[in-house]
Design a protein around this ligand. Structure first.
Ligand SMILES: [Zn+2]
Length: 426
């Protein structure tokens, strides 16, 4: 009897969840046009960081604060990071809450307000700051990165507000600045200024994802960018023996560096790709004419290293390769680390935030989410470094930073429902 009763309680609880979810989903659907409108409105306020030639996020933040005030959010706080390069003198970071039944933990959704510049305008079909709708997509700079899920999360909460449904836990919204240029005046600054984030919180960063919405990013590789400067001796192209060809020596070094794949061969199936990568990338120009032996050569390498290896052991191996080439070609090679970011401790695939996303993805999109590690670097790493568990997730076509960036409207609607499902979970 008792057992049956217990079953009934669970069943009715589930039924309440289902009816509440259905109401919220319907409400979210009713916002479709409004969500498109606010996308267009936000797009017209290009929040480009001063480092990329813009004025920052202040105007966009004002519109968002106004939205939060009108839609049931509480404790709205703007954390200002000083930035003398922006006309306002600061970069705004917004924190706001929507109260739930329990404050024992907070479900956070963090998105960023800043955007990257549009790049070559000739490659755009229209004005990147006058967003337009075409075949179920909104086009414009920032509509996917990161406005798709910013709008989705805000309207998911608006739906709770207007339906009068209390989520189980407090919901926190973080709308941050400066994500595209290092987060020093964004979440990195916020984490140092506030204790709003707690160890037990679920932190969702919908700023990475894949086309079918199954990638839950929980881990990253270490990033190492290196600059190799090879010094030889310039000479006439017809008398190479009078010089030392720096380009030739550097080319041999490039092939030597390929051996790193064999020195660090381990695979980790959490990651995609599952291996460490060591790729020569940028090449600076040397001599302008064909008949000169170049005395200086500069190239770069981008490495993404599995967390099981240290950056130091990779660098040690590279230095040995450099020595070999220096001796062989009588050149001098200097090595400069232009970026070195050791991997943050991964969030476990079993962490509550990853599990909550999995349940919601299954319920809303009918797909199995998979905890995945990527080549880095997302801002979630800043949370992980500070020992919070955070997951990146969204359903996107990854058109960020490209010309004709777009947001699939159905993804924006679906992601809002995924967030709503998480807010209703036990
Ligand atoms: Zn982004």
């Amino acid at each position: 009897m008792l057992l049956v009763l217990g079953g009934d309680i669970i069943l009715s609880k589930r039924r309440i969840l289902m009816t509440e979810l259905k109401k919220i989903e319907k409400r979210i659907d009713s916002y479709r046009d409004e969500m498109i409108d606010i996308q267009i409105k936000l797009c017209a306020l290009p929040a480009i960081s001063p480092a990329s030639g813009g004025e920052g996020e202040v105007e966009k933040a004002d519109v968002l604060v106004d939205f939060l005030k009108k839609n049931g959010f509480s404790d709205i706080k703007v954390i200002k990071a000083s930035d003398l390069d922006s006309p306002s003198g600061y970069r705004p970071n917004i924190l706001a809450f929507f109260k739930g039944k329990s404050s024992s933990k907070t479900i956070w959704i963090m998105t960023h307000m800043d955007i990257v510049p549009p790049g070559d305008l000739a490659q755009w079909k229209g004005d990147p700051f006058k967003a337009w709708v075409e075949e179920g997509k909104i086009y414009g700079r920032g509509v996917e990165d990161n406005q798709q899920d910013m709008v989705a999360s805000l309207y998911a909460i608006k739906a709770f507000h207007e339906e009068g449904i209390e989520p189980n836990y407090d919901i926190g919204i973080a709308l941050v600045a400066d994500e595209e240029t290092g987060s020093g005046k964004g979440i990195d600054y916020v984490l140092r200024q506030t204790d709003a984030f707690r160890k037990q919180d679920l932190i969702i960063v919908p700023d990475a994802g894949n086309e079918d919405g199954t990638m839950i990013e929980v881990a990253e590789k270490s990033i190492l960018w290196l600059k190799f400067r090879t010094l030889g001796k310039q000479a006439h192209g017809s008398t190479p023996e009078k010089g030392i060809n720096s380009f030739k020596a550097a080319s041999f070094l490039v092939t030597e560096l390929e051996k790193l794949y064999r020195v660090f061969p381990d695979k980790d199936s959490l990651f995609d790709p599952p291996i460490s990568t060591f790729e020569p990338t940028k090449k600076e120009s040397n001599v302008p004419n064909i008949n000169t032996i170049p005395g200086e050569d500069i190239f770069y390498m981008d490495s993404r290293i599995l967390p099981k290896y240290t950056i130091e052991e990779v660098v040690k191996n590279i230095k040995e390769m450099i020595n070999k080439i220096e001796n062989e070609f009588k050149v001098k090679i200097t090595l400069e680390e232009t970026q070195k970011a050791p991997a943050a401790p991964p969030t476990s695939a079993d962490a509550p935030v990853a599990q909550a996303l999995k349940r919601a993805i299954r319920a809303i999109y009918g797909k199995e989410g998979k905890a995945t590690g990527i080549g880095g670097g997302t801002v979630a790493a800043l949370f992980r470094t500070a020992n919070f568990s955070a997951a990146c997730w969204s359903k996107i076509d990854e058109t960020a930073h490209q010309p004709n960036e777009y947001c699939i409207i159905d993804n924006m609607m679906g992601d809002a429902k995924v967030f709503a499902h998480i807010f209703l979970q036990e």
